[in-house]
Design a protein around this ligand. Structure first.
Ligand SMILES: Cc1ncc(COP(=O)(O)O)c(C=O)c1O
Length: 450
């Protein structure tokens, strides 16, 4: 039994005039949701079971030291940028980085230098190694480079050369590995990509809750070098709740213990399940395989249903099968070791129930991001108004908005909203995709010109 579990067991039967207000009576795990007490550990100053689990996480993931997070990779990405940059410094960002990277730029006053994705023949927008190598040459002023790896489709960019060049140029390499908490446990699996820690990243973060059996919000932040520890700790103090839930931390412990004990074996079984599922896939559909891909990501091209991915995903949801993400052509699932045969059977059945048809008109290759025209921070802190998305072309974005998932801002603060961007977002929302940054009435936040 893990140390956190033992610590929490020792707290049972006490009388609490302390937080939390549910006093252990909350029916869904409340007994394990205790706060900082004389007999428990404190995540911000860990000295007992939390420290032990952080050390275990560092050992398992190849880090010099690690932090347990209860604010997801959102917190991890923000903390990474705040750990290595000073106000006014520049960071090279994939333009489709998660919104947390843009939030960190607002918080810290960092200057984002966007690398725009490519649109290749039959893949979703993405990047090649050269894109970041070139950005490093073009921007000698950059102090950090963020890479999202794996991306939503499981694509893992080769990192070795990028990491070497970053070291030569004294640029910190940060990796958003939100979708790759399982990568350290794929070691030895044929064709499986390595985790960023083995490839020279300075800092990387992983959402435990995305691909491992852990509660939502649990994540890890890893450091290659202990020298970064004080800044990372200060950044977490700045951003993270002062009352982290021990229930969440218990679930992180249970997930890491399971992965340590049986991870490799259970991931191999999962891979076999996914491969068998893909082989038996209805002939109208195709599993998408990309170079350097995480073998445990499941992306399916659904165009032959005559539907966009958003529409197909909405129909699967009506059948009780929820996918993680969709785009104009595909649906994306995040299978985990907790998905059994029955889940794959229900997914196959739901897919079979989709209609047949000819592929909808292709529009995804239109470059649909805002155009930078104002300082990001100035835009965020300026007076703003809500503007209907339909009429927002030409306005300057005041607060990031986009589709959710994947949580990439189509417009970041300080970018001019284009007609294409507004149309892409509108279309996806009409087809059932979620959004962030709107006010629920289809309006987005725009800067009021002075
Ligand atoms: C690439 C990427 N980075 C970061 C995040 C944030 O992760 P979390 O949900 O753990 O806060 C997400 C979430 O969807 C993501 O897709």
């Amino acid at each position: 039994m893990g140390q956190i579990r033992q610590m929490l067991d020792r707290q049972q039967g006490r009388v609490s005039f302390h937080m939390p207000g549910h006093k252990g009576g909350y029916p869904f795990g409340g007994a394990f949701d205790v706060t900082e007490l004389p007999g428990t550990d404190d995540l911000h100053e860990p000295a007992g079971p939390y420290l032990h689990l952080q050390q275990k996480a560092a050992h398992l993931c190849g880090a010099a030291c690690s932090f347990l997070l209860v604010g997801g990779s959102t917190l991890g990405v923000e903390a990474m940028l705040l750990s290595v940059l000073k106000p006014g410094e520049a960071v090279i960002l994939p333009r489709n980085a998660h919104v947390s990277a843009w939030s960190a730029c607002v918080l810290g006053g960092f200057r984002p230098l966007s690398v725009y994705p490519r649109y290749e023949a039959d893949g979703p927008e993405g990047y090649a190694e050269e894109d970041f190598m070139r950005a490093l040459e073009e921007h000698p002023e950059a102090r950090a480079l963020l890479v999202t790896r794996p991306d939503m489709y499981g694509r893992c960019l080769p990192l070795d050369r990028i990491a070497r060049r970053c070291r030569e140029k004294k640029v910190r390499l940060l990796v958003d590995e939100a979708h790759g908490a399982h990568l350290p446990f794929l070691k030895g699996m044929d064709g499986a990509p390595a985790s960023a820690g083995a490839l020279g990243a300075d800092m990387w973060c992983q959402s435990l809750h995305k691909t491992l059996p852990a509660l939502t919000q649990t994540a890890l932040l890893h450091l290659r070098d202990e020298a970064l520890f004080p800044r990372a700790k200060a950044a977490l103090r700045l951003l993270e709740t002062s009352s982290p839930s021990s229930l969440l931390l218990l679930s992180a412990e249970s997930a890491l213990e399971e992965m340590e004990a049986r991870g490799a074996e259970r991931l191999a079984l999962l891979r076999a399940r996914i491969d068998a599922f893909a082989e038996a896939l209805d002939l109208r559909f195709a599993r998408c395989i990309f170079p350097g891909m995480d073998p445990l990501r499941l992306t399916i091209d659904v165009r032959n249903a005559g539907l966009s991915g958003y529409e197909a995903s909405a129909r699967l949801a009506e059948k009780g099968v929820d996918m993680e993400m969709a785009d104009e052509k595909r649906i994306v699932g995040i299978p985990s070791i907790e998905n059994g045969e029955e889940d794959f059977r229900r997914l196959a059945e739901a897919l079979e129930s989709l209609p047949g048809g000819s592929a909808p008109k292709e529009t995804e290759r239109i470059q649909a991001y805002g155009e930078p025209c104002m300082d990001l921070r100035e835009a965020f802190f300026s007076e703003k108004k809500w503007v209907p998305l339909k009429g927002a072309a030409g306005q300057i974005c005041g607060a990031a908005f986009g589709l959710y998932p994947p949580g990439t801002p189509l417009a970041a603060p300080g970018e001019r909203i284009t007609k294409e961007l507004a149309a892409r977002m509108q279309r996806a929302m009409e087809q059932g995709c979620g959004a962030f940054g709107t006010n629920g009435k289809g309006e987005v936040s725009c800067v009021i010109p002075r």
